[in-house]
Write a protein that binds this ligand. Structure first.
Ligand SMILES: CCCCCCC/C=C/C(=O)SCCNC(=O)CCNC(=O)[C@H](O)C(C)(C)COP(=O)(O)OP(=O)(O)OC[C@H]1O[C@@H](n2cnc3c(N)ncnc32)[C@H](O)[C@@H]1OP(=O)(O)O
Length: 719
């Protein structure tokens, strides 16, 4: 709702009240309409201030309402009535003014912001556009190029930037409502015609056609099939080329298309999934609501390779003191240089000072003595990690949390090697660790809820989408990925090319297909793991046995490519060829195609024609099937956890909502039927056998994704 009071005798004060973010629900919109009417009809009131309760202006339209039938007064006429008012309307912006919240403020005649306020139109991240007039008013206020930037990216700006752009009229360090009331009194009675943004002509840059074409090219390149960024460009173009009323019609048309698209539903699901994973739980029942994190002010990072450097940067940028440890002098100095330049680049981007003095460097592991938490990021070798954990246990003060950044090793085995296994958790970052938004927090059998709570809270502070998962080989993300990559290899054996597989996956929305990605990250990484596991065997054995391991189908194609010294971009050759080592532009490689032909001939395989649909079904349904197994095993608590991991860590297109959400949109019976089909066609791939949980969900009528947890709970209670 919204409360109406009078301030300083002559100012009507409307306070939005809908905790926690004062979203514009139907009730709030009705209250705004009612209170504006009261203020405008009160002869004593000379001007009006709109603010939000609890230091937060407004988080925008109520996203929860998008799923149902819209009731209550619509936003657009409500904002028009504010703009048309004959008394000055002033927005007092504290905290967030986002989406419909900023659009409401743009309907006001003046905007006063607190210096810590954040403003933006993030609708595009929800698959929408600012359709309460924002796409038409913002370009009129700040010009087309800046409006295009903010609307197509959803970028949030600080009050200082908002002032520079001309979005707000004044920024205050003091009480914003007091400042707005004072300001409102000072402008009482002044003419308002020049303050109604919808009446402004839209400043049209001389080269506007080229500008819009470039903007369209840019969003099409990065949107990977997402409709909203494209519609945002179209809406701003309408602002620049049409009168306001017609621009509003275009905004409405574009919004209608987006609103009813599956993409908006998927992105809104991701928004709520991100919040849901914060309410984590462990199989014991302990969770976010019962476990208190320990304070972490100082942390240590052990091992300053690529991951360790990124983690150091991320921790320092979060405001922690960091001790960065590497035993070899040369590596330590190289790492120091690399970390310094990463921090400087980041600081330049943010217009802040680099956090260089938060980091101390040491070759001595005893420097961990006074830290609250350690993140070990040494080479993926169990013996080495066990030794590091043994030393940490000896040198750390009691209660220090010991975290491992392993992506593949057993967290329980590491914990068993320490006197306090309850203090051990996995913190699995993704490269580059200071950029990638995902963190898997891996709890072992003995990890204490407090240790998990501490790692989750630290992840949140670092701005990561942090997901608590159980301990198993590959945790959630890599465990699922193995099956996806494996299907891509099998498809090559059966007649596909890297170009076909990557083309299908990139058209689906991945930034890179399996093979392009493999070339980027280096083929030798997986090869080393497969050799260590005894899977990759040297030489070009032929016949059936060369493609079987432990009774299941295995493709040695990746191993054979590695044997040729083709490790991807870094060697200039991999699944594709590159102009030179380190170059990024992949070109088809005739060598690889003839290698595939010879390989098939040697193994008696006859290439068949494979279409993009089969590529998608084989790769994606194998991945989804493993997701169901992970839920069945209790490694992830719900589908949201898996989806957040895939969207934020593995390039799964957000507008498809994550693999488990995607499966629900395809229809679980169809996913089940296709898996049965492929399992029948490939009985030597047991992983294609549909998971019991998938069958159970189908048998229980394929409930929507938000109800899967109930089925999973029931399943676990019966075990
Ligand atoms: C045909 C119809 C025409 C309609 C025209 C529509 C034009 C306008 C569209 C919009 O305004 S869309 C919404 C745009 N706003 C946003 O995208 C902002 C979303 N929220 C956030 O980014 C953050 O929540 C925040 C505001 C920055 C606050 O972050 P903080 O970390 O402090 O809290 P959270 O944990 O994120 O959120 C707390 C709580 O509030 C819920 N919530 C947040 N925003 C909304 C919202 N706009 N609608 C509904 N609910 C919202 C969030 O889910 C959390 O709830 P719980 O999950 O804890 O229950």
């Amino acid at each position: 709702m919204a409360q109406y009071t009078r301030a300083s005798g002559f100012v009507g004060l409307i306070t939005l009240q809908n905790p926690p973010v004062n979203a514009l629900s139907a009730v709030v919109r009705q209250a705004i309409v009612d209170t504006v009417k009261i203020a405008l009809s009160d002869p004593k009131v000379k001007s009006v201030v709109i603010c939000g309760q609890n230091g937060n202006f407004c988080g925008g339209a109520d996203i929860k309402e998008f799923g149902g039938e819209m009731t209550g007064p619509p936003l657009i006429p409500m904002i028009h009535a504010i703009e048309a008012a004959n008394k000055p309307m002033v927005a007092a912006i504290e905290g967030n003014a986002l989406g419909g919240g900023l659009e409401l403020a743009l309907g006001c005649h003046y905007r006063i912001a607190h210096s810590k306020a954040r403003l933006g139109l993030p609708e595009v991240t929800l698959g929408l556009l600012p359709a309460a007039g924002g796409s038409q008013r913002l370009p009129r206020l700040i010009g087309v190029p800046d409006a295009l930037d903010l609307i197509t990216t959803g970028r949030i700006v600080t009050a200082a930037e908002a002032l520079r752009l001309g979005i707000v009229d004044q920024v205050t360090e003091h009480n914003t409502v007091d400042a707005a009331v004072k300001f409102a009194l000072s402008v009482a009675g002044q003419p308002l015609d020049a303050r109604r943004i919808s009446t402004f002509p839209c400043p049209r840059p001389p080269d506007s056609d080229a500008l819009f074409e470039e903007a369209m090219r840019k969003v099409r390149g990065s949107a990977r099939g997402a409709m909203a960024p494209v519609a945002c460009v179209q809406a701003v173009r309408a602002a620049a080329t049409l009168p306001y009323e017609r621009g509003m019609e275009r905004e409405k048309e574009l919004m209608a298309t987006l609103f009813t698209s599956g993409q908006a539903r998927a992105l809104q699901y991701v928004f709520f999934a991100q919040r849901a994973v914060g309410r984590w739980s462990m199989p014991s029942g302990a969770g976010w609501d019962t476990s208190k994190p320990r304070p972490v002010n100082k942390a240590a990072v052990i091992g300053l390779g690529t991951m360790g450097r990124g983690i150091t940067v991320a921790l320092a940028q979060t405001g922690l003191s960091v001790v960065a440890i590497e035993t070899q002098e040369k590596q330590l100095m190289e790492a120091k240089q690399a970390v310094t330049s990463m921090l400087e680049r980041g600081a330049k981007r943010r217009g802040a000072a680099p956090a260089l003095d938060r980091i101390s460097y040491s070759r001595n592991i005893q420097a961990v003595a006074d830290v609250d938490l350690v993140i070990e990021a040494v080479f993926e070798d169990m013996a080495l990690k066990l030794e590091v954990f043994r030393q940490l246990s000896a040198f750390c003060k009691p209660g220090t949390l010991l975290c491992t950044n392993t992506s593949a090793l057993d967290v329980d085995e590491l914990a068993r090697g320490t006197p306090n296994p309850e203090l051990v958790v996995g913190m699995h970052f993704f490269a580059p660790a200071h950029v990638m938004k995902l963190l898997e927090v891996v709890y072992g059998k003995r990890s204490s809820p407090q240790a998990v709570a501490t790692a989750m809270q630290l992840g949140k502070k670092m701005g990561k989408a942090s997901v608590a998962v159980g301990n198993c080989r590959g945790f959630v993300g890599n465990r699922m990925l193995r099956l996806y990559v494996e299907q891509a290899f099998f498809l090559l054996e059966e007649g596909a090319t890297p170009e076909l597989v990557d083309g299908a996956l990139e058209e689906f929305g991945f930034p890179m297909g399996v093979f392009r990605m493999s070339d980027l990250s280096g083929l030798d990484v997986g090869w080393r793991t497969r050799k260590a596991a005894g899977q990759a065997q040297p030489g070009e054995a032929s016949g059936q046995s060369a493609r079987i391991r432990n009774g299941s189908r295995y493709s040695p194609i990746g191993d054979l490519v590695c044997e040729q010294g083709r490790f991807g971009q870094k060697t200039g050759r991999g699944w594709y060829q590159y102009d030179k080592p380190g170059s990024r532009v992949a070109r088809s490689d005739p060598w690889l195609h003839s290698f595939l032909e010879q390989y098939r001939a040697r193994h008696g395989l006859v290439a068949r024609s494979i279409d993009r649909q089969e590529v998608l079904e084989r790769c994606l349904y194998a991945l989804v099937n493993e997701g169901f197994r992970i839920l069945e095993d209790g490694i992830a608590a719900g589908p949201e956890d898996i989806d957040v991991i895939y969207v934020f860590g593995y390039g799964w297109p957000g507008h498809r909502g994550g693999p488990m959400f995607y499966a629900s949109t395809v229809g679980l019976p169809k996913v089940l039927e296709r898996l049965e089909h492929y399992h029948q066609a490939h009985p030597d791939v047991p992983d294609l056998q549909p998971c019991g949980l998938l069958r159970r969900l189908v048998a229980s009528g394929s409930p929507p994704v938000h109800r899967w947890r109930e089925v999973i709970k029931k399943l676990h209670s019966q075990l």
